[in-house]
Ligand binder design. Sequence first.
Ligand code: ADE
Ligand code: ZN
Length: 387
Amino acid sequence: MMLRFLSAIVFVGLLLSGCTTQGAREDGAAKAMHAYLAGMPKAELHLHLEGTLSPETIVRITQRNGLDYFTTVEEVKQSLTSRPPGLMGFLDHHFKSQEVMQTRQDFYDATYQLAEKLADNNIVYADVFFDPQAHTTRGVTFTDMFEGIDTGRVDAEAAFGVTINLIMCIQRERSVESALEMLDQAFPFRPRIIGLGMDSGPEYGNPPVKFRAVYSRAREEGYFLTGHHDVDVRDSIKHIWQSLDVIGMNRIDHGLNASDDAELTKELARRGICLTGSPVMRSTDPAPQDVDRIRTLDSAGVCISLNSDDPEEFESGYLTNMLILFQEASDYSKADMTRLMLNAFNSIWEPAAETNAYVAELKNYAAAHDVAWGEVMYADHSELGAE
Ligand code: ADE
Ligand code: ZN
């Protein structure tokens, strides 16, 4: 009896120590993955300046400008957490918070502080969206807004060693005339703005073709072209086709609904048009969203990257944290995560020599962490019959 009791204790002890070893191993693997993702040289291509204002920054600017709302951090946080679900609810808060920016200095500070965050996340290259119409329509001059942003960019590049390009966005709910006027205002600054994008909403009723003339003129003026196709918007697939075939966009922002359409998925892969994905990662959701769509697109050979979009307004935060959340939800390997980052570097609109230098940096990083480049490049496209 005593012997049986003792062996039971030994058995349970062995079991527990096995669990602890297993748990410790898992813990160690997770830590190693987090460290790998944190240290990885990164590019971020879908990031709105107006979505990077921290509650503290909003309050500081509010006080500086003598405004009577968002006077405390709690007030900003309350507005963030109480917003209605969906794109329009999100935009409600987004518009209100960006209105605190009024002077050249406000735009400078926002850009400089963003670059500091980029550096913290080991982001070596970023495309940053800004929405001129949201500011000029409330009396800020294009020049003040733009010079504030651009001087912040130049100073931040020197201070933090991050390269930033600027993409000016059309607000799609506004008129074509207003978008053309924005192009006029931007003309003197054109060499310092790399691309024309389109954001805001609602998207349904404001399709890409509405701005055909604007995009056409922008292309003639030398802008690269992109635009938002938010997830699960009515007619999203139709809008993506328009952006490819009518507008001739160089990149597609979001666009994850393409995974629902095998023909579109195949075409994106064939044309090598890159998507800037931004998966929704909220702790309150029963299951992580968008992961399966990204996996489908990735395994079909579509160039898709992961981006933080509005890091101060989304729970997933800045890019390192977003990558960690995505990896945990997808169980992607280090090689897979590296492939998504390679896609980001391959999506940028810099000359080939710059892109190659970034890719070489990523490749060296992977090699230093025993990640085989062959596995990074590997993707099984057989499922959708891509050639
Ligand atoms: N403005 C900022 N983020 C946006 C998004 N994800 N979709 C549309 N407009 C936006
Ligand atoms: Zn966006």
